[in-house]
Design a protein around this ligand. Structure first.
Ligand code: GSH
Length: 314
């Protein structure tokens, strides 16, 4: 039923450099398609720690799709094999409200028989179809794009985060930030050779420098004048807002902090000032997740005390 693509199954490396696996479920919500534009049909599985999942919650909020799309939240602890569990006893986490599965693997197995046997591990976010009982898509960038299809069908508050005339610029900006920044922090942190780390961290800060310059006199990344809020901002913000809290220390992204960049700092504040956005940021889940979950990087699971300043304070 759903399109299922096979990808690398465990964390992959090429010459010491972390290579992110391809997302496996790549179907789309299409007005008259297999997954049609229907209210109350779709469900998200997210982690509040995960920057990719954060994109989907932000888009749901900003498009006013809260009544349309339900969601559940996994525990912030990711096991060393990359698996997630449901733990409603944990503040901010929920049970699987649809099937009462104990783990996200259960959800993937429901969508694709033999998932676990295949050795794969499921990622968040997941977009689930409550009618066909399967996964529509597990790639954040595509999930946020297909939410626009729901707004085109008259659902939500009518906001668009991807106006037709800016689509090319939005995609270009998302592409430019993906490998260097969004994935770049992981490539810095997971590098297994000095040269892989050097390449990743230099590309990351080069792009942050460019973004700092780009945001001079602008509010948002794309659009005329000061710009307009688009998917490009939704894709960048979750990485930036985790940067000083986690990536500087945990992933060794320490050439500079975001706080050292005035325009990027103002940009984060601007996003956090949008109604409801701050509530999508669960600082406790974010911090606890990274320092607990990557045992090879932090074997004693010590959580650093700082930083003392940043968007998570106040
Ligand atoms: N390309 C995916 C990436 C999703 C992803 O890697 N999520 C992480 C959490 S931040 C995950 O679930 N990792 C578990 C694993 O790799 O097994 C997307 O953008 O949706």
């Amino acid at each position: 039923m759903a399109t299922h693509q096979s990808g690398a199954w465990t964390k992959a490396f090429k010459e010491g450099s972390f290579v992110r696996k391809q997302s496996e479920f790549r179907d789309f919500i299409v007005a008259d398609g297999l997954f049609p534009t229907e209210a109350e049909r779709y469900h998200l599985y997210v982690s509040h720690a995960c920057p990719w999942a954060h994109r989907t919650l932000l888009t749901r909020l900003l498009l006013g799709l809260e009544d349309c799309i339900t969601y559940d939240v996994v525990d912030w602890r990711m096991e060393s094999d990359g698996s997630w569990t449901f733990n409603p006893a944990e503040p901010g986490a929920t049970k699987d409200s649809l099937h009462d599965e104990q783990s996200l693997e259960g959800i993937y197995n429901r969508a694709f028989e033999g998932w676990t046997r295949s050795g794969k591990v499921g990622t968040v976010p997941v977009l689930w179809d409550k009618k066909l009982h399967t996964i529509v898509n597990n790639e954040s960038r595509e999930i946020i794009r297909m939410f626009a299809t729901l707004t085109d069908a008259g659902l939500g508050n009518g906001t668009t985060l991807c106006p037709e005339h800016l689509k090319g610029d939005i995609d270009e900006m998302i592409d430019a930030n993906y490998e260097s920044v969004n994935n770049g922090v992981y490539k810095s942190g997971f590098a297994r050779t000095q040269s892989a780390y050097d390449a990743a961290v230099n590309a990351l800060f080069q792009r942050l420098d460019e973004l700092e310059a780009h945001l001079e006199g602008r509010d948002w990344l794309v659009g005329e004048g000061a710009g307009v809020l688009t998917e490009a901002d939704i894709c960048l913000f979750p990485t930036l807002v985790r940067f000083d809290l986690v990536y500087v220390v945990h992933f060794k992204c320490n050439l500079r902090r975001i706080l050292d960049y005035p325009n990027l700092t103002a940009y984060i504040d601007r996003m956090l000032a949008l109604p409801g956005v701050r509530e999508t940021c669960n600082w406790d889940h974010i911090k606890a997740h990274y320092f607990w979950s990557h045992e090879s990087l932090n074997p004693y699971r010590i959580v650093p005390a700082g930083p003392a300043e940043g968007p998570h304070v106040g």
